[in-house]
Design a protein around this ligand. Structure first.
Ligand code: GUN
Ligand code: FE
Length: 423
């Protein structure tokens, strides 16, 4: 049995309505899971982060590792032009394993410095580069899913597979994955880039290998029109995935749902689909503002995703801030029947809420995986800091820390990143 305690100022959410917190406390970890809080010093080794804010591990439900190289660039276009002019040419570079090695090393190293502990990430169509990515994430200590992307139509020749090649390479990817904490996920890019034959075969593969699915849904108005013309028999974009067996059979994450309709919401709820809300991407690509409060109130599982590089920050805490900001705009400008998100609600989506896709992560409750981050608050200078409550310290960190860096991060009880000598 491995037993140790963490000491510091803990803050977390067990439900969306409010924060729980415990200052200057000890949290005992047993065999990689949280056991309980103790106010007195327990008789075991202590990781001493006294005076530092500690949050549970956060989950990024949707991002594209190969796009990290150009994150922050090319934000003047809408989705389809942005994909054609910037994203596809960049993703094509991952055929070259030496480029992939360089780019994915930077991606994984930078991701370690953020509070993300679980992720569901897209690679590219290239099997070998995506195997490299999943292996790097595994070696760094991450847990979650990594998918080889499928694309067999409506894409440039330099980033298109034939249908049979796409299926065979998916099998090769699945059978070559030797990782334990990072698992493969079936990843049709979106309906426009996959033929019906490919989509339905991917649905069968997900069932056969008991794998989850990730893709994009209802992101942009031109994209939705295109999906309608490609699959006129489908009643909606969600119905298109349903018909292809890509939702409802195994767990799935669909990114965006900006333009989701009332007919689609019950399908998403009843199939247990997770929506990855990516507000930063949605404003960068002028996609719109997703009806997140409505999705939540209708019982649709909804978490957060950075959607790098539609999103321009690798930190899911920037997405927490943006989710709140855009919900205020939606309430004021679009639909005043759904109130803006509060800080605890958005934090819950980034932690326990979105984390439930992966299992027991994102809370300090007993039995949850010992995923946590010690925040580096050193770049926030205010004379108020001595008198701030723990929720105020978290709020000011989310809104003011420019780096949003962490001093230390643990995934499943193992320290995977440490930016300092132990104090
Ligand atoms: N839809 C299909 N591919 C992509 C992508 O790479 N990013 C975003 N934001 N939407 C997509
Ligand atoms: Fe995306």
């Amino acid at each position: 049995m491995v037993l140790y305690a963490i000491k510091g100022d803990f803050i977390w959410t067990e439900d969306p309505s409010s924060f729980k917190y415990s200052a200057d406390s000890y949290l005992i970890v047993q065999d990689g899971r949280f056991l309980k809080f103790s106010s007195s010093c327990p008789d075991c080794p202590i990781l001493d982060y006294s005076g530092h804010l500690i949050i549970p591990g956060l989950s990024d439900l949707h991002l594209h590792a190969p796009q990290y190289a150009f994150m922050g660039l090319y934000m003047d276009d809408e989705l389809l032009k942005w994909l054609d002019e910037h994203t596809f040419p960049e993703e094509a570079k991952y055929r070259d394993l030496s480029y992939a090695e360089k780019a994915y090393s930077i991606f994984v190293s930078d991701l370690l410095k953020t509070p993300t502990s679980r992720l569901s990430v897209f690679g590219t169509i290239h099997t070998d580069a995506t195997l490299m990515l999943i292996n790097k994430l595994e070696s760094a200590g991450f847990s979650g899913y990594c998918g080889k992307v499928n694309m067999d139509r409506n894409s440039p020749p330099f980033l298109t597979e034939s249908t049979s090649e796409s299926i065979e390479e998916t099998y090769r990817y699945l059978e070559s994955c030797r990782t334990v904490n990072m698992k493969p996920i079936v990843t049709p890019r979106f309906i426009p880039s996959c033929s019906d034959e490919l989509l339905s075969e991917l649905g069968r593969i997900a069932v056969k290998y008991v794998l989850p699915v990730q893709s994009h849904l209802d992101e942009n108005l031109s994209e939705i029109e295109w999906v309608k013309s490609l699959m006129p028999e489908a009643e909606s974009y969600t119905d298109a995935y349903l018909r292809m067996g890509l939702i409802g059979k195994t767990p799935s994450i669909m990114a965006h749902a900006v333009w989701v309709t009332d007919d689609e919401i019950p399908i998403l709820r009843n199939s247990g689909t997770f929506i990855a809300h990516s507000p930063s991407s949605n404003y960068n690509l002028s996609s719109g503002i997703a009806p997140v409060r409505k999705l939540l109130s209708e019982g649709v599982n909804t978490g957060l995703g950075t959607d790098v590089a539609g999103g321009s920050s690798l930190s899911i805490l920037s997405v927490v801030r943006d989710a709140i900001a855009v919900s205020k705009l939606r309430w004021r400008l679009v639909d005043d029947s759904f109130k803006p998100l509060t800080l605890s609600e958005a934090f819950y989506m980034a932690s326990k809420g979105g984390g439930s896709f992966f299992g027991k992560t994102g809370s300090f409750e007993e039995g949850y995986d010992a995923d946590f981050s010690v925040l580096d608050e050193s770049d926030i200078a205010t004379p108020l800091s001595v008198s701030l409550s723990l929720p105020e310290r978290l709020e000011i960190y989310i809104s003011r820390s420019s780096e949003k860096a962490v001093k230390a991060k643990s995934i499943k009880g193992k320290i995977v990143h440490c930016s300092h000598q132990k104090e």
